[in-house]
Design a protein around this ligand. Structure first.
Ligand SMILES: [Zn+2]
Length: 412
């Protein structure tokens, strides 16, 4: 995007946004984060038990297996073909099985009347019991064929990968989904949605961060929350880090409850409470006021944004809102983002030791941290065991927007 385009996009924003932006807008690029699954352990190989049956008895064998095994075992490999013709097996398996016995050779030559069937993961089926039961099926009385073969545990992420696995492991189906993270089409759609104006919100986060540092409030860390409906974005909250604000005895970390993300989320909450109480007479002017949180506006621009009403004060806390950050949030803030049901997160600087969103090994990309084992990145934006996920990007300034440096040990 050229600077003309950016200025055109700025011209379309609400007056308050135009009044807040006070530096020239710089270009930036959005880079989707990788999930923990995408980073590794993603193609775990496990062994499954397979058998084979005459085609005419295949359905009897399959229903027998279905009755014998729990449903989650029967359905545990939606990406693998349950039944495969001998000709469809990978070449090495064909060669191996074909040369075992004269009967095997027959099964694999000419027009075969046999079919291979996946029974289930080796670890969760009793081969002797299955074998005994299968020997009651017509055509399998003499010998129940049972072998184990390695297969990828999780589905493939592309057609090419499925084709490769079909050659190396077992006939595999690509179901056009990404089991390891957000679907590529969702990422590209979401990226398109925010690409034009992300630079504005990143700049506002940058500005408020700088101001907080200058005024001795906190670290140079800032957050901006945006609501988007039908392509129209409105600013909902703007907050800087305030960990040093009103701290007599700040220690090394200052006030952890005054991190930019927590303050910004709280400001969203304050707006929702305000909307709910609109027109009502209240004894206390504000619903929640805890000094520890320092979530009242401190900087003038924070106040300005807080004064504007929430464009859509319904739904749960930050449901589907967008959060723009100067720094990768700490683990506490990452969980707050998740719990508040944020929809999208963009941050600029990675926090290689303390950040909660990246999935790369800690210390990644920082030569001065190389060599030490800092552990795995948590990738908290997309984890199967958490019941909410969001899309997260790193934003790389390709313009002249100066980096906002904080010590890499800081929890943002
Ligand atoms: Zn934090």
């Amino acid at each position: 995007m050229s600077s003309d385009d950016i200025n055109h996009v700025l011209a379309l924003q609400d007056p308050i946004v135009k009044s807040l932006v006070c530096t020239e807008l710089q270009h930036g690029v959005l880079i989707p984060l990788k999930t923990t699954l995408e980073m590794g352990e993603n193609h775990a190989i496990i062994r499954v038990v397979i058998t084979r049956a005459p085609i005419k008895s295949a359905s009897a064998a399959i229903s027998l297996l279905r009755n014998l095994l729990p449903e989650e075992i029967v359905k545990s490999f939606p990406h693998l073909r349950r039944c495969a013709k001998p000709a469809d097996l990978p070449a090495h398996l064909r060669a191996q099985f074909m040369n075992e016995t004269p009967q095997s050779r027959q099964i694999h030559t000419g027009k075969s009347n046999w079919i291979y069937i996946i029974v289930g993961p080796e670890s969760s089926v009793s081969q002797s019991e299955i074998s005994r039961k299968l020997s009651t099926v017509e055509g399998m009385e003499e010998e129940v064929f049972m072998r184990t073969v390695p297969v990828p545990e999780l589905p493939p992420t592309s057609q090419v990968q499925a084709a490769m696995w079909s050659q190396h492991f077992w006939p595999t189906v690509y179901r056009k989904n990404n089991p390891l993270g957000p679907h590529p089409s969702l990422i590209s759609r979401s990226t398109d949605e925010i690409a034009n104006d992300a630079v504005i919100w990143m700049t506002l986060a940058h500005q408020i961060a700088q101001r907080s540092k200058e005024e001795g409030c906190g670290e140079a860390i800032g957050a901006c929350i945006v609501h988007r409906l039908n392509g129209k974005a409105s600013i909902v909250a703007l907050a800087a880090d305030a960990r040093w604000h009103k701290q007599q005895n700040p220690g090394r970390t200052g006030n952890p409850l005054a991190h930019a993300v927590l303050r910004a989320i709280s400001m969203v909450a304050q707006k929702l409470v305000r909307a709910e109480n609109a027109g009502k007479e209240l004894r206390s002017p504000s619903g929640v006021e805890f000094d520890a949180f320092q979530d009242a506006p401190i900087l003038a621009d924070e106040q300005k944004v807080l004064d504007v009403d929430h464009p859509s004060p319904s739904g749960y806390l930050c449901h589907d809102l967008e959060l723009y950050l100067t720094h990768e949030p700490c683990v506490m803030c990452s969980m707050a983002i998740l719990h508040s049901r944020m929809g999208k997160v963009v941050f600029r600087h990675r926090m290689p030791l303390t950040g909660g969103l990246c999935a790369e090994a800690r210390g990644h990309g920082h030569p001065q941290l190389a060599g030490a084992d800092w552990g795995r990145g948590l990738g908290l934006f997309w984890r199967r065991e958490l019941n909410w996920s969001l899309i997260a990007w790193e934003w790389e300034s390709v313009g002249l927007l100066k980096p906002l440096l904080v010590n890499y040990e800081v929890h943002a």
